[in-house]
Design a protein around this ligand. Structure first.
Ligand code: 16G
Ligand code: MG
Length: 580
C-alpha cells in the first residue's frame, strides 16, 4: 500500500511552519512489541471494568492488566497531544485493598471525555490480538502519528497503597511499549500534586515536588503579609489547626509543607506513619458522610479547628468537635469552603472596582459552580450575595470545565472536591493592574487587593482541587477575616439532609437531565418524586445513578432531620418500585 503523508500546518503568531507527519499507523515492530508484552497482562475473566467518573477502580488484585493498558493509552494520548500526560495510581477514599488509575490531560485536568470509551474498550479487550486491533483502529481514527519527532512523555505517581508499587511498574511497562516513550516515576504523591506537575511541565516551567511546595508556601506567605493589620488578631481558638490525614499521602506531604510556612501551626494525625489503616474510620469521606470525629479525635479537641483530607488529598472538609459528646461534630463542608473563598474574592474584586484613576477598568466575571448535592442553604446564601450560581452533574470533570468559563470561577462539591480557577486573561489584567498601582499608589488598598488575588491564583491549584492548597487558602482567609471556625460555620445553617443508596437491577435505566435534578427515564418516576417532595417544608429531592458504584443514589433535604429522612425513604421506595 502507498504510505500516506499528512501535512499539518502549525501556525504560531505570524510565523507558520509546515510539518510533514508520518502516517497515522503503527509499524510492524511497534505492533509486535505490543502483541508480545500484552500476552503477559491478560484482563481478569468475568470482570467488566469501566473508566467511570474518575478513572478505573477495583480490588487491586484485578488491576494489573488495566494499569498496563492505561500506560499504553497515556503514551498514545501524549503522542496525540504532543504534551506531557500524567498517570495517577490511587483509589482515593476507598478501602486500602482497592486501587485505581486515572489519566491527567495536558492542562492537568481529567482525561478528555471523548477518549473514555477507548479507555473502556482497551481495558476490556479479551486478547492481545483484539487489543492491537483496537489500538490500530483508534490510532487511525485519531490520526496519531508515530514519527518520533516528539516522543511520548508520561509522569507517573501513586498514593501510599501497598499495591501501588507493582501497579506503577505495570504502567511503566505499558508506556515503554510505545517506541521512544519516556515514563518518569515521580514517586508517592497526592493526586493534585501529579496533576499540578503535568500542567506546570506543559507550561514549560519547573515542576518538581520541591517547586510545588515552594509555590504554595511562597504564595501563602505573600497572602499572610497582606492581611490588614487591624484584622489579624486572633480570638484564641484560631491558634492551631489539627488535620486528619486519612492515613494516606496527604498528611505526609502536609508535614513537609508545614516546615516552609510561618504563622501557621499544624498538627497532623492519622498521617500513615502512625500505623492506622488508610480511610478506615478516618478521612474526609468518612467525616462528611458519617458526621462524626475520625479516629484519633475526641471531645478533648472541642474548640480546636480541625480538618480532614481524603486518601489522595483531593478532598478537604473542616469540622469542629462538640464538647462532652460521643464524637458529634459540626461539619464545615465543601459548600462552606466555597462560601468562604467566594466572600474573600468578592471582597478583593470590590476593592479593585472602587479604585479610581486607573486605566482599563475591568468588571471581572465571578462564577460559582456546584452540584445538586450542594446544600440548599449554601446555594441560597451565595445567591443572596448576588453571585451567579451554576449547577453541573456530579464529578470533577464537569465542575472544572464549567468553572473555567469565568474570569474567576469557584467550584466545590459538598464532599470537599474543589478549587478556584483564574482565567489567563484575567491574570494578565491583574498583573498589569498591580504594576500600574505599584507606581501610582503603592501600598493602596487596590494594589493589595490585586496582589492578594494574584497570590491566591498561585496558591490554589489551577489544575485540580487540592486539599493541601485548600487548607492554606482557608487558613489565610480565616486570619484575614479574623474569624474562628465557629464564626465561619455561622455563615448560614445547613438544611438537614439524608443520602441513601438503592440497589436496582440496572442503574443505567435512570436517565437524568438539568444537572441530575430531573429524571427523564423511567417515565413517571419524576412525577412521583415531585408528589412526595411537595409534602415537605423546604423539601428537595433528586435521584441519580452512581458513577462509581452499582447503585442509584437518593438525596433529600427538608426543614427537619426527620422530614429529610422520611422524604429520602419514600423516594428510595419509589426507585425500588420503578426499577427494583
Ligand atoms: C468521584 C468523583 C467525585 C464525585 C464522586 C461521586 C472525581 C475526581 N471524583 O469520586 O467528584 O463526587 O465520584 O460518586 O471526579 P458517585 O457517582 O458514586 O456518587
Ligand atoms: Mg480523592
Amino acid at each position: 500500500m502507498e504510505p500516506q503523508v499528512t501535512v499539518v500546518a502549525a501556525s504560531s503568531g505570524s510565523k507558520s511552519t509546515v510539518v510533514i507527519r508520518a502516517p497515522a499507523a503503527m509499524n510492524e515492530q511497534q505492533q509486535s512489541l505490543i502483541l508480545e508484552s500484552s500476552s503477559r497482562f491478560l484482563p481478569p475473566q468475568g470482570v467488566k471494568l469501566s473508566y467511570g467518573t474518575a478513572g478505573f477502580r477495583a480490588d487491586a488484585s484485578l488491576l494489573q492488566s488495566t494499569v498496563f493498558r492505561v500506560g499504553i493509552l497515556a503514551a498514545l494520548r501524549s503522542l496525540k497531544t504532543q504534551s506531557v500526560i500524567g498517570v495517577m495510581i490511587t483509589a482515593s477514599h476507598n478501602k486500602v485493598s482497592d486501587n485505581g488509575v486515572k489519566i491527567a490531560d495536558p492542562n492537568g485536568g481529567m482525561l478528555s471525555q471523548h477518549w473514555e470509551p477507548f479507555a473502556d474498550a482497551l481495558a476490556n479487550a479479551p486478547s492481545p490480538q483484539e487489543l492491537i486491533q483496537l489500538i490500530n483502529e483508534f490510532v487511525k481514527k485519531e490520526g496519531i502519528s508515530f514519527d518520533g519527532v516528539k516522543p511520548a512523555e508520561i509522569l507517573l505517581g501513586r498514593d501510599t497503597r501497598p499495591s501501588g508499587e507493582a501497579l506503577l511498574e505495570a504502567a511503566k511497562e505499558g508506556v515503554a511499549l510505545i517506541v521512544g516513550a519516556v515514563a518518569m516515576d515521580m514517586g508517592i504523591l497526592t493526586t493534585p500534586q501529579l496533576h499540578w506537575m503535568v500542567r506546570t511541565r506543559n507550561k514549560g516551567m519547573k515542576a518538581s515536588e520541591q517547586d510545588y511546595f515552594e509555590q504554595l508556601s511562597s504564595s501563602f506567605r505573600c497572602l499572610m503579609d497582606l492581611i490588614p493589620s487591624e484584622r489579624s488578631k486572633f480570638d484564641g481558638t484560631n491558634d492551631k489547626l489539627v488535620v486528619d490525614g486519612a492515613n494516606g499521602v496527604g498528611g505526609l506531604k502536609l508535614k513537609v509543607l508545614e516546615k516552609l510556612l510561618n504563622g501557621l501551626v499544624i498538627e497532623v494525625r492519622n498521617s500513615s506513619e502512625d500505623g492506622g489503616i488508610l480511610n478506615e474510620g478516618v478521612g474526609a469521606d468518612y467525616v462528611q458522610k458519617e458526621k462524626v470525629v475520625p479516629h484519633g479525635f475526641g471531645s478533648g479537641d472541642a474548640g480546636i479547628r480541625c480538618a480532614s483530607l481524603d486518601g489522595d488529598a483531593d478532598r478537604l472538609v473542616y469540622f469542629n468537635v462538640h464538647p462532652e459528646s460521643s464524637g458529634a461534630i459540626d461539619l464545615v463542608d465543601g459548600d462552606k469552603i466555597l462560601s468562604l473563598f467566594a466572600l474573600f474574592i468578592r471582597e478583593q474584586l470590590s476593592i479593585l472596582n472602587e479604585k479610581e484613576g486607573t486605566k482599563n477598568n475591568y468588571q471581572a466575571r465571578l462564577g460559582i459552580v456546584q452540584t445538586a448535592y450542594a446544600n440548599g442553604a449554601s446555594t441560597n446564601y451565595l445567591k443572596q450575595l448576588g453571585l451567579e450560581v451554576n449547577l453541573t452533574p456530579t464529578g470533577v470533570k464537569y465542575l472544572h470545565e464549567k468553572t473555567a468559563e469565568f474570569d474567576i470561577g469557584i467550584y466545590f462539591e459538598a464532599n470537599g472536591h474543589g478549587t478556584v480557577l483564574f482565567s489567563e486573561s484575567f491574570i494578565d489584567w491583574l498583573e498589569a493592574t498591580a504594576n500600574e498601582l505599584s507606581t501610582q499608589s503603592k501600598g493602596s488598598d487596590a494594589e493589595k487587593a490585586a496582589l492578594r488575588l494574584l497570590a491566591a491564583s498561585r496558591l490554589i491549584n489551577q489544575a485540580f482541587g487540592d486539599a493541601l492548597s485548600g487548607v492554606l487558602l482557608v487558613e489565610v482567609i480565616l486570619q484575614h477575616m479574623g474569624w474562628s471556625i465557629h464564626r465561619w460555620n455561622e455563615l448560614y445553617h445547613d438544611l438537614p439532609s439524608r443520602q441513601l443508596k438503592v440497589k436496582v437491577a440496572d442503574r443505567t435505566a435512570v436517565i437524568t437531565t438539568n444537572a441530575e435534578t430531573v429524571v427523564v427515564s423511567p417515565p413517571g418516576l419524576q412525577e412521583a418524586i415531585n408528589n412526595e417532595t411537595v409534602k415537605y417544608s423546604q423539601g428537595r429531592c433528586f435521584v441519580r445513578p452512581s458513577g462509581t458504584e452499582d447503585v442509584v443514589r437518593v438525596y433529600a433535604e427538608a426543614s427537619s432531620q426527620e422530614a429529610a429522612d422520611s422524604l429520602a425513604n419514600s423516594v428510595a421506595k419509589l426507585v425500588d418500585q420503578f426499577l427494583g
